[in-house]
Each structure stands twice: as C-alpha cells, then as structure tokens.
Design a protein around this ligand. Structure first.
Ligand code: AMP
Ligand code: MG
Length: 267
C-alpha cells in the first residue's frame, strides 16, 4: 500500500494516481466483499487491543470532494468495531463561536484520547481547501496554515497520537454519477445539497488546492495517502489494509492484571 503514500521529499501530481487504479488487489467485487469481512475482523481485534492497552491514540483524517465516499468508508471499513473505542467527528461550516477562535481550536478538542480511534469526517484541512477556494480569508492568512498544521500534527504525534490521512480520490465523472444517483432515489435526497454543485463547478481549483495540501503536509509523522476511490470496494480494502498495518506496527500488548490471578478459584 506504500504506493499510495505521498512522499514528503517528492513532488506529487494528481495525475500520478488514477482514481480508477486497482493494481493493489486482484479481486472481483464479490471477492472483495469477503476479503473486507476478514479485514473488518482483524481491525476489530486490533481496535480492542488499542482500547485494552490504553496507551496509543489513533487519528484518521478523511478528506475528499463531495460524494467521494467519506461516509461510506466509515460505515464499511469500521463495521464490527466496538463503538466504545471509536468515534467520528464531522466538521461543518464553523459556528460563530468556532470562528471567534483560531481554526485549530475546534480540532484540538476533538482529537483522540488514549485507547481511542477518532475519525475526522473533514478536518482542519478545510481551512486550506474550501477557505482558500472560496476566498474566506486572505491568501496571507491561509498560506501560513500549512506550516501551522505540520507543527500541530507534530505536537500530537509527539504526545502519542498516530495520524493517518486519507484523500479519497474520485474523478468528476464519478462524482456526476453519484450525484445523479442521489437525485434519482428519494431515499437519498437528504444527501443532496445544491451547494455541492457550486463546489463541483470549482473542481479544478479544489484539485489544485488538494495537490498543494498533499505536497505541503504529507510528513514523516503524519502521512497522506491518496486512495483511488472510483471503486468503493477498492477504496475500502485499501484503507482497511493501511489501518491494519499501522496498528500492527504499534506492537501493542494486552495489559497484565496487577494482581496474581493464578490461584483464584471461582466458587
Ligand atoms: P458535508 O460534510 O458535505 O455535510 O458538508 C460540510 C460543509 O462544511 C462542506 O461544504 C465543507 O466545505 C464545509 N466546511 C467544513 N469546514 C469548513 C471550514 N473550516 N470553513 C468553511 N467551510 C467548512
Ligand atoms: Mg457539501
């Protein structure tokens, strides 16, 4: 899965990875479903271990254009994990109170505690994406944010947080199909937002802003992965694998009980 990690010292171009790429898994859609169930179980075990050990914190950042599959990833990749140890925070247009503080204020409060996996559905990266594309603050303000974000993420990792950032990479054609599917199905109308069409019209500007994010904020301590996401099954398998590898690398252990349990007889 290393092929999708954005290298800090190499220039990344959006064209380097196709949203249709499926070179990492040689599966059919049906095989992928079975494989994902196996990965779900593995992830469940690792998550329980993270929770039991209570030492590490894991932050998963999900970014992507509308309909890129952020919600679907959360539903499918984390299926079966114990809800006690996994939380999701979605970041919407900031409230007045949030805007009265610095942009990282609401983010820092939501970061994971020990033993917890926290998933960010959108994140502080909106503050160099939508904010830049829609000129919500002047360039001299957002341009400073890449370095601020790198420093913030470094602080988190030095304090015991592991950070994984996923950019769900879809094509404009795929987005069009997904929007159309939402329009065609009344049970999906709630997901449709005419404002999303305005963002769609700014596709090129968003891709440029994403490319800058990927080049400037993929660090050794908090790497970005560009996930080919036109195929939902491929996206799910890839993200599940990266999460599992990352958790395995933490070399976690179940904690020993402080008491000697060997002589205990339950009557
Ligand atoms: P959604 O996640 O599609 O339900 O919508 C959330 C909306 O909030 C998106 O259109 C984001 O671009 C927007 N949003 C999130 N964070 C910010 C931010 N910091 N500033 C402005 N808009 C934001
Ligand atoms: Mg939206």
């Amino acid at each position: 899965m290393e092929r999708y990690r954005v290298q800090p010292d190499k220039k990344f171009k959006m064209e380097d990875i196709s949203p249709d790429d499926k070179s990492g898994f040689d599966s059919t859609k049906e095989e992928a479903k079975i494989k994902l169930l196996e990965l779900n179980e593995e992830l469940e075990t690792l998550q329980e271990l993270l929770y039991a050990e209570g030492k590490h914190k894991l932050l998963v950042v999900l970014q992507g254009m509308d309909a890129a599959g952020k919600d679907g990833t959360i539903r499918h990749v984390f299926e079966g994990v114990n809800p006690q140890g996994v939380s999701v925070t979605g970041f919407k247009v900031p409230t007045d109170e949030e805007l009265a503080h610095d942009y990282l204020w609401r983010i820092h409060k939501a970061t994971p505690r020990r033993g917890q996996i926290m998933i960010f559905n959108r994140s502080h990266y909106e503050d160099v994406l939508v904010v830049r594309v829609k000129n919500l603050v002047p360039p001299e303000v957002w341009k400073k944010r890449y370095a601020q974000i790198n420093a913030f993420e470094r602080l988190l990792t030095e304090e015991g947080t592991t950070i994984l950032k996923f950019f769900l990479h879809i094509s404009p054609e795929e987005q069009k199909e997904r929007f159309q599917a939402r329009l065609d199905d009344p049970s999906k109308h709630w997901k449709f937002n005419t404002g999303d069409l305005k963002d769609r019209a700014l596709w090129g500007k968003y891709q440029k802003a994403y490319q800058d994010v990927l080049n400037r904020t993929s660090t050794k301590w908090a790497p970005w992965y560009v996930i080919p996401a036109n195929r939902k099954w491929y996206r799910n398998l890839t993200i599940a694998c990266i999460m599992i590898d990352t958790l395995k690398n933490l070399k976690m252990k179940y904690p020993k009980n402080k008491e000697d349990l060997s002589g205990i007889v339950i009557k």
